[in-house]
Ligand binder design. Structure first.
Ligand code: SF4
Length: 297
């Protein structure tokens, strides 16, 4: 994303939102304009929630901690399960060092250490290692937002349940566990349609089954908070319904051509939002999405 487009995005975001998130797909701290973008954001009333894999945190920690617009940092620490053990441990140590630094100098900053792969057998070994390191790191950490020493609870994988996903470690630092989700499938030109009128601009909806997908995975019933609590803007200015849609399957408009308010008020966005309210997934991309199952039925 260019600097000019970024400025346009945050100017539009400020008309409808209080918070922005630097993510969708990719690592935001690797953008060559990361520092400049923070500076531009500081000139707006917007607050920033940064989602990062943490592999560059040692390099950018100072800039993050000195940014008054920074509200929250989410570390995708589950990603380290895919890395060689030594590399994973090095990245985790950098993240834990950042957490301790933030707790000392930015106690207002929310930090989530994400473990979004619980239940995945292949990740269990890494998850156990990570929890041991986290428990060790926060065993007795002084909470700089209070006078005393706060002892973090000892957390094990068995603490996880669908109703208890977030565990406080110290101050505003949390461990957030969740199950792994599958990215929704992008549709192809070979889609096979089943049901009635497939137009998502219609108030009717139908089930589309992309070729090669099992019909049992497809559903038209479900809800989502997209277009209510959040919307995403891709690197080229396309506005999409959510951060899972990195390839622009639900393209609602171009931020260079319309205001964000106009795009959110468009017939397509309105139709999708109304569908979510009625527990109807009206777009084929949403029908292949497992993430929305987190929102219940
Ligand atoms: S249902 Fe899934 S793909 Fe559709 S908007 Fe929600 S999160 Fe995105």
């Amino acid at each position: 994303m260019s600097s000019e487009l970024f400025e346009r995005c945050i100017a539009e975001a400020a008309t409808v939102a209080e918070n922005v998130y630097f993510h969708v797909l990719g690592e935001p701290t690797l953008h060559p304009g990361f520092g400049l973008f923070l500076k531009k954001l500081e000139a707006t009333p917007l607050k920033l929630n940064l989602t990062t894999n943490g592999t560059t945190i040692a390099r950018v920690s100072e800039r993050i901690l000195e940014c008054p617009a920074m509200r929250q940092v989410n570390f995708s620490t589950h990603a380290y399960a895919e890395l060689p053990r030594e590399t994973a441990l090095t990245h985790l140590q950098d993240v834990l060092d950042f957490c301790k630094m933030a707790n000392a100098v930015r106690p207002d900053l929310y930090i989530n250490l994400r473990l979004w792969n619980v239940g995945d057998a292949a990740s269990r070994s890494w998850n156990e290692t990570m929890l041991a390191k986290v428990n060790e790191a926060f065993a007795e950490t002084k909470d700089s937002s209070s006078d005393g020493t706060q002892t973090a609870p000892h957390i094990s994988l068995e603490h996880f349940c669908s109703r208890h996903k977030s565990f406080p470690l110290v101050g505003r630092i949390y461990l957030h566990q969740d199950s792994r989700f599958e990215w929704p499938a992008a549709s192809s030109s070979t889609e096979r349609r089943e049901g009635g009128d497939p137009s998502i601009t219609s108030t009717n909806y139908s089930v589309w089954i992309p070729s090669g997908q099992s019909p049992s995975r497809m559903t038209a019933a479900g809800t989502c908070r997209a277009l209510d609590t959040h919307v995403a803007i891709l690197h080229d200015g396309r506005v999409v319904a959510c951060c899972l849609d990195h390839s622009g399957q639900i393209s609602l408009g171009q931020i260079q051509e319309q205001s964000l308010a106009e795009i959110l008020d468009s017939p397509m966005a309105t139709n999708l939002r109304e569908g979510f309210e009625k527990h109807e997934l009206r777009h084929p991309f949403c029908q292949s999405c497992s993430f929305c199952k987190r929102f219940g039925k």
